[in-house]
Ligand binder design. Structure first.
Ligand code: COA
Length: 196
């Protein structure tokens, strides 16, 4: 799917990953590992899997249980987003719920890219509810989820261990309806000058 931003003239391509994206995804995850404002899994693990392992994960990555999208500007990878279905219970009993995760490379932040990726992700999913865990320190990510109409439901104290810092972090649980999030995302895309 293609998006054009009428304010910047930039075109964004959002598509499913393939095994061939492994080296680029690996390099981007390494970049996020050194990014002190990043709160994705690699930042807590303190390491990135090797290219081959990432390739295996990316191969046929999209299934009924997981959706992934990568975004490119002029063929350069700029961001990624995923939805993991049935995050809290076995798949059979929780196909109506998905957990969000997303990242944007530092130099492409502040351009509304997360809204683009989440719009594609949620348009292509049939879940009723979306949820997300956000580090207590990750203000920008909270703003994104609140813009989508997700509600902050709980603070989970010491929920995740940061291997690099040898420290437990608190996370907030956010949850809301996909339909509401999609409506809010359409408004955000309009506000930010995107057409698609
Ligand atoms: C979270 C992340 C994806 C957001 O990137 P982005 O989409 O470019 O976000 P923006 O910079 O446009 O900011 C998003 C919102 O937060 C607001 N915001 C940005 N910095 C802020 C700050 N310091 N205080 C308050 N609000 C802030 C913006 O105004 C924007 O809201 P708006 O659309 O209502 O104007 C990006 O920071 C990132 O990749 N971080 C590292 C990976 C990560 O932590 N992912 C999330 C895991 S839960």
């Amino acid at each position: 799917m293609h998006f054009v931003n009428r304010l910047t003239g930039l075109t964004y391509e959002v598509r499913e990953p393939t095994e061939q994206d492994a080296p680029t995804v690996h390099a981007t995850l390494r970049e996020l590992l050194d990014d002190e404002d990043s709160f994705v899994l690699v930042n807590y693990l303190g390491e990135v899997r090797d290219v081959q392992e990432i390739g295996k994960i990316l191969k046929d990555s999209n299934s009924s249980q997981r959706l992934w999208y990568l975004t490119f500007i002029n063929n350069e990878l700029v961001g990624g987003a995923s939805l993991f279905v049935a995050p809290f219970f076995p798949f059979k009993v929780q196909t109506h719920e998905g957990r969000l995760a997303y990242w944007v490379r530092r130099k492409f932040r502040g351009m509304g890219l997360t809204y683009v990726m989440l719009y594609v992700l949620l348009s292509n999913s049939g879940v009723t509810y979306v949820s997300a865990f956000v580090d207590r320190l990750n203000i920008k990510s909270m703003k994104i989820l609140e813009a989508l109409g997700l509600e902050r439901l709980a603070l989970l104290e010491e929920a995740i261990y940061n291997v690099k810092e040898c420290k437990l972090h608190d996370v907030y649980l956010y949850r809301g309806k996909r339909e509401v999030a999609l409506m809010r995302l359409r408004e955000k895309l309009e506000e930010r000058g995107f057409s698609y």
